[in-house]
Design a protein around this ligand. Structure first.
Ligand code: ATP
Ligand code: MG
Length: 759
């Protein structure tokens, strides 16, 4: 949810930190303030207000509106480590603004402003590009006033960061220097669960004697209630000592509660957003998180499926603010249940084996699990490496990770050579995993090869887990482009869909194989031409309704880069109606209206008469509505169609529109063939060329062409008439001549002569 003005915004961002640059997975459950999923509240300025306001307002919200005790608040300011040759400058501005505030509040700025280096107080997305210093607000929760401020940025649960204000004002260049940005921006992030914990855990700042925990809030309470009910265990909120994974059984119980409650949120939100547990990349991260949660379920004696049921609790408490959870709850439950069931089948046996192996090691005087054993748990029992590591850590063991990695690589190699290409019948592909289509947002993405297929006719196709290629559907042709693997390029000729799986038709035999990572790039020029033709098809459909009436029903269409055809029921369209339709469409193009789209449950729009849909078409539970005009998200555009295709973002991109023909294709069905964009321009050019050639041929300026052609036609008719008269008089004189010959002849009765052809 997000509220917008052109230059300012405030929002809640769904954050997952379970891999890559930000990975808090290992801490989750052990501490009380790091989650794999959390809400980051933020305010933004896009070249509008800057440091002074952002700092002043953060202070106002925290200490005046929410009334956090100001003597517990500490601000951090960027000061680079010059000894390490850092070229960026200290943030003197932020320091000055904070100094004014603390002095005004009667607090010592020396004590309340802490300096941080690049690691803690500088934000960079990549090596180069926009970046800048940040300034954070920390809250000290220690009961004792003397030690306050000493724990800032020390990773200590008694002093936690609640809000980070990022000032995007610099541009990092490749030579390591920093220059100013043309406009300065603010991006802030505040942990929703952390501020809630402070407000609720300290009973509105009256009691700091016990642990302040994100879990001790009504955000997590419903999940804990459900878990207590399911397991019979009680959550007591104990926390293990730093570095320990829980010593007493209550500590272990409480860790399990926190892990499970945290992980169900991460999985519910990911699946709602279309990322499901799987075998590779981020999907595998999710599978690991799920298995970790299910494994912790064993600590609470939960052996049957329990985890998927918690999704309902997440939905009840968060579904109003994040409707995607409610809309997708069935899918979330289904995916989790299947995953949980399949992991359950082997989990108990794996845990048992782990216990036996541990005993064996102890008897042999070692506390190190071999790579062989860890790999066997992974390969046969589906234990992710980090789950084994976690179980090892809980009992003071370590794992031979190098040995494990060696075996993993050998297995990958085996998989590569045995599954280079598969002979698979194209009909069987529908049962493969669904391809995740990312082509609405992007025309390139990296993906991993799930199958390389080949048929008896030396056809090759490839299936990816993620693809930006649009697969032929709803009249829109499939995308073409290329795959890049290790610098080598492979042409994709077309993309098709069987079931939910996309096949990318390859131009010849590939040298890559299953599990390879590929860079997939759609031919964007062609895609854009297709999108123009698709959007203009919607405009044409709308214009047909305007000019002919609502009786017009779409009967089919083709949308390609070269042209479009649109079939509809009617008895024939007059030339003037066609002209009106063409003009209306071009007017809409010139308006340059925004195109928006949204996904809605089909049940909500099925009977909406303003929405174009194809009668007899099978729609899924969720449908995409493409809207032209109106306000995005409001279903009040002048053109609204259920459509899964890709579109331009505004009508202006279409450029121009020309109808080429209108004709019959079957009884009562007409077809309009039309072009837009560059194709419309080219048709225009060709016609102009033709006119010029004609003028040249008959030696007249193009402006006189019409008159000249009329004159020529008249002249032609007159000449024809003259010829006829001449031929007639010629025939008469020949006849007279022949009769005369007969009269002079001795043999009477027959005249025989070849007079040539007569027209
Ligand atoms: P920390 O040092 O505590 O891990 P951070 O420096 O990683 O925090 P930022 O990247 O600045 O945090 O994120 C902005 C805010 O989001 C933080 O001030 C904090 O309130 C919240 N936050 C960050 N990571 C988490 C997490 N894993 N779980 C819950 N809240 C978090
Ligand atoms: Mg962090």
């Amino acid at each position: 949810p997000c509220s917008f003005s052109p230059a300012r915004a405030a929002d809640t961002q769904k954050c997952i930190r379970a891999g890559g640059k930000h990975n808090d997975l290992e801490d989750v459950g052990l501490d009380t303030y790091h989650h794999t999923f959390f809400e980051m509240l933020g305010n933004w300025s896009f070249g509008d207000y800057f440091k002074k306001e952002a700092i002043e307002w953060s202070w106002e919200l925290i200490t005046k509106v929410w009334k956090f005790p100001k003597e517990r608040m500490f601000a951090t300011v960027y000061r680079p480590d010059k000894s390490q040759g850092d070229p960026s400058e200290a943030d003197e501005e932020a320091y000055e603004f904070w100094k004014i505030i603390f002095e005004r509040e009667g607090l010592d700025p020396e004590q309340h402003i802490v300096f941080g280096n690049k690691k803690d107080n500088f934000w960079m997305m990549g090596e180069t590009g926009p970046c800048g210093p940040c300034s954070e607000l920390h809250m000290d929760l220690t009961p004792d006033a003397d030690s306050r401020g000493k724990l800032v940025n020390m990773d200590d649960p008694r002093c936690i960061e609640i809000w980070n204000l990022v000032f995007i004002q610099l541009n990092a260049t490749a030579d390591g220097s920093f220059g100013p940005l043309p406009a300065r921006h603010v991006d802030t992030g505040m942990g929703f669960e952390r501020v809630t914990a402070i407000i609720q855990g300290s009973k509105n700042f009256t009691d700091f004697s016990s642990i302040i925990s994100n879990y001790h809030t009504d955000i997590f309470q419903p999940l804990f209630d459900a878990l207590e009910k399911a397991s019979g265990f009680k959550y007591q909120g104990t926390v293990p000592k730093p570095g320990s994974s829980g010593e007493t059984s209550q500590e272990k119980t409480d860790i399990a509660f926190r892990v499970i409650a945290d992980h169900i949120r991460t999985l519910s939100f990911s699946i709602a957003d279309g990322i499901e547990p799987g075998n590779t990349d981020r999907n595998y991260v999710l599978r690991r998180i799920l298995r970790r949660a299910v494994r912790y379920g064993r600590t609470l004696d939960l052996h049957d499926t329990f985890f998927y049921k918690l999704a309902e609790v997440v939905c009840d408490s968060m579904g109003d603010i994040f409707p995607e959870i409610r809309n997708r709850i069935d899918r979330i439950r289904e995916v989790l249940k299947t995953e949980e069931e399949s992991f359950n089948k082997t989990l108990d046996r794996g845990i048992e084996l782990f216990g036996e192996e541990k005993e064996r090691c102890l008897a042999a005087g070692t506390k190190r699990l071999t790579g062989d054993f860890t790999f066997k748990l992974y390969d046969t029992y589906g234990f992710p490496k980090d789950l084994t590591q976690l179980m090892a850590r809980e009992t003071g063991f370590e794992v031979d990770l190098d040995g494990f990695e060696r075996l993993m690589e050998q297995q990958r190699e085996r998989a590569r050579s045995s599954r280079k290409t598969q002979e698979i019948k194209v009909e069987d592909i529908g049962s493969f995993a669904a391809t995740q289509f990312v082509g609405f947002e992007s025309v390139s993405s990296s993906g991993s090869v799930l199958e390389v297929i080949k048929d008896a006719n030396d056809y090759y196709g490839v299936i990816l887990d993620v693809s930006p290629f649009y697969a032929e559907m709803g009249g829109q042709v499939g995308d073409s482009g290329k795959l890049i693997v290790g610098g080598e390029e492979f042409r994709i000729l077309n993309t098709r869909k069987i079931g939910e799986t996309f096949i990318h038709d390859l131009d010849g035999q590939p040298s890559f194989s299953v599990e390879d990572t590929v860079e997939a790039k759609v031919d964007n020029m062609r895609r854009k031409a297709i999108e123009r033709h698709h959007t203009v098809t919607h405009l044409l459909h709308w214009a047909l309704h305007e000019v002919i009436g609502d009786s017009v029903k779409q009967k089919g269409s083709y949308v390609g880069p070269d042209k479009l055809t649109f079939d509809f029921n009617h008895s024939g369209v007059s030339t003037s109606d066609l002209q009106d339709i063409q003009r209306l469409v071009n007017e809409r193009i010139l308006e340059n209206t925004t195109i928006s789209w949204q996904t809605v449950p089909y049940a909500d729009v099925r009977n909406n008469p303003d929405l174009m849909q194809i009668f007899g078409e099978k729609y899924g539970e969720e449908v995409r509505v493409i809207q032209i005009g109106g306000e995005p998200g409001k279903l009040n555009g002048y053109s609204m169609e259920l459509c899964g295709g890709t579109h331009t973002s505004a009508t202006g991109e279409i450029g121009g529109f020309r109808i080429l023909s209108e004709s019959a294709v079957a009884a009562g069905i007409r077809r309009i063939e039309a072009v837009c964009g560059m194709q419309a321009y080219e048709v225009g050019c060709q016609e102009t060329e033709l006119i010029k050639t004609l003028s040249h041929r008959i030696h007249c300026p193009t402006t006189e062409l019409d008159k000249k052609v009329v004159a020529l036609v008249e002249q032609h008719k007159a000449l024809e008439k003259n010829i006829k008269t001449l031929q007639k008089s010629q025939a008469e004189s020949i006849a007279k001549h022949l009769i005369q010959q007969v009269a002079e002849s001795e043999k009477p009765g027959v005249i025989c002569s070849n007079l040539g052809e007569i027209e």
